[in-house]
Design a protein around this ligand. Sequence first.
Ligand code: C2E
Ligand code: CA
Ligand code: CA
Length: 287
Amino acid sequence: MKVNQKYYDSSKGSSVPRISSIKNQIKQGLEHNKMINKIQMGIVRDEFTLYFQPEYNLNTNEIIGVEALVRWISPGDGIITPDTFIPVAETTELIYELERVVIRKALDQKRKWEREGLGHIELSINLSGKSIESDNDFKIIEEIVSSYQINYNTVIFEITESTVITNINLAMERLSRLKKYGIRFALDDFGTGYSSLVHLIKLPIDIIKIDRSFIKSIPEGVEETSITKSILSMAHDLNYKVVAEGIETKEQLEYLQKNSCEGGQGFLLCVPLPPEQVSKIIRDKEI
Ligand code: C2E
Ligand code: CA
Ligand code: CA
C-alpha cells in the first residue's frame, strides 16, 4: 500500500495519530475563526461594556481609584470575561477596535464621574502592547485622548510588561507623548515577565502592580512572600507607588499593610462591578 508521506508519522508507525492531530488543529482553527467573527459582531452590536474594580489606599481603607475591566454581554452566553476573548482579539487587528471601544467608554465614564463630583477617583485603563507599537492605532488613541476635556492627572494606563518588549525605545517615546497630558503609567503583572527591571528603568513608569501570583501565596509561600517584600522595598527606594493585585484574605491584607504597600485591589476588598454600583460604593464610603 502506498502511504501518503505527508500524513505518516514514522515514529508512531501509524498514520492515525498524525491525522487526529491535524483534525484537532483544523477544529481549533475553525473555533478561533468563529470567535473572531463573534467578537466582530459583538463590537458592531455594542455588546462590550465596562466593569470597574475599586482600588484602595491600604493605610486609610479609602477608595482611591478604579480599574476598567472589559466584559462582553453576549445575548446567548451571558457575561464573558476578557481572558476568553482578549487573547483571540490580540491575534488580529480586532484588538485595536476593541481597545478604542474600551478607551472611549472608560473616558466617557470618567467625564460623567467628574460632572458628578467624583473627579478625584483615579481611573486605570488596560492598554495592549500591540496598540502602543502600531503607528496608526497609537495615533488614533492619541486623538481620542486629546478629544476629551478631562483631568488626565487622575488617569492611568496599565501596561503588561510582557507585551511591550519588542521595541522598548518606541514604547518609551510613545508613552512619553501621552505623559504630556498628565497620564501616568502602571507596569501591570509586575514580576511575571523576563525583563521587569529593564522596563521599569526605560519606560516612564509611575506605579508597579505586583502580580496576583505572588500575593496568592502570602504568607505560606516563603519565596513569593520574600519576593513581594523585596519588590516593596525596591519600589520605595526608587519612589514608585505600589499596588498589590488579587488580595483575597485578611492575612494577605495585613502582611501588605505591615510592609507599607500603599495600594490594593482584590476580591476581599471589592469585586469588579458595573459603574452605577461602583458610584454608590464610592459615595457611601465618603458620606
Ligand atoms: P488584569 O489587568 O491583571 O486585571 C485584573 C484581573 O484580576 C481581573 O480579571 C479581575 O477581575 C481579577 N481579579 C481582581 N481581584 C482578584 C482577586 O482577588 N482574585 C482573583 N482570582 N482575581 C482577581 P478580568 O477582568 O477577567 O481580566 C483579566 C485580564 O484581561 C486583565 O488582567 C487584563 O490583562 C485583561 N483586560 C481586562 N480588561 C481589559 C481591557 O479593557 N483592555 C485590555 N487590553 N485588556 C484587558
Ligand atoms: Ca490591569
Ligand atoms: Ca494585573
